[in-house]
Ligand binder design. Sequence first.
Ligand code: PLP
Length: 391
Amino acid sequence: MDRIYLDNAATTPLSEEVIDAMVGVMKTNYGNPSSTHSLGQEAKVLIENVRRQVADYLHASPSEIIFTSCGTESNNMIIKSCVNHLGVERIITSPMEHKCVAETVIDMKKRKGVEVVYLRPNRKGDHDLAELEAALKKSDKKTLVSLMHANNETGNFLDIKKVAALCKENNVLFHSDTVQSMAHMEMDFSEIPLDFASCSAHKFHGPKGSGFAFVRKASGLKGIITGGPQERSLRAGTENVCGIVGLGKALEIALNNLEKDILHIKDIKKYAVESLQNEIEGVSFNGRSAEEDGSLCTVLSVLLPFKDPMIGLKLDMKGIAISQGSACSSGAAKPSMVLMMLLDEEELEHSTPLRISFSHLTTKAEIDALLESLKEIAATFQIEKANSTHR
Ligand code: PLP
């Protein structure tokens, strides 16, 4: 059975060229980048080349790129160090954040007594910047704003340029979880005055276990892992050379193909939206997911007009890998916090959320196959409904 992969917001398949680049490093460049001999220094050069490449992409300085193991680690490092080392006493955030931000913020509240202010998203998942501004002005406590760029469940975009400007005006630190949007669009941090951002290579056909934190120069941020002086002492531990090279290769491929891939993915998403609307009566879309400009093109959050908690399993048995919420919460019976914010009780009770997430590899034939399976599943509910009304 050919598998259909529609869970690219959870992770993406590695490109062949990325694998080849990584295998080359594993075979040849096994030196420790901290060693002074030539094998070590060759590995160091590989890392520094990727650092420069990432910095060029972000219009930042190489010294602002700190390689880490993943998006979760980057977000933890930034939030925890803001509290532990920069004197942050208040965090303004959203209930729509990924768990690695949400739980870290709660941890800082419990262990460090940090005050947490949650902005309330509207039914579309948007944040009111006037509410943010009022919150910024309300307290003299040293504050960090942590708001994600593109939501991993709905794809909803935050205007990070406006939020960064607002934070700067109010002398407040701004961190954005950019894990879903990095390498999926142009990013110019010389134009966006944010302080911190995060990235994970496995979201753009790079390896798992490799990411980075963007840390604005002279921010004073420190690491949370103590040990050697690697990564300017912000992230101790021998560097994951082949992971970093894999990240660099994946970024290079993503940027070389950006325009073409975005066009393709937008076309696939539009096709999926129209097909779902035509074939499944009563279907709707969560947040700004179905809007071309309001959301990341890789993510489509669907609400099916029947209740089927087993839908993920049923689709899996038909060879379709897809997520019901975010990957982290897909095993849980409870709807995700994001869906609880966007949907009312009636909708949560009688419908089934599904997150379809695309990549440049997704085809219209795969969307057709998903549609066929969804129609079969929907039909069983119509039969059940008809039988129950005749009883
Ligand atoms: N932030 C967002 C928005 C994500 O979607 C994810 C992964 O799903 C993460 C952070 C965590 O990234 P990682 O899997 O690299 O730890």
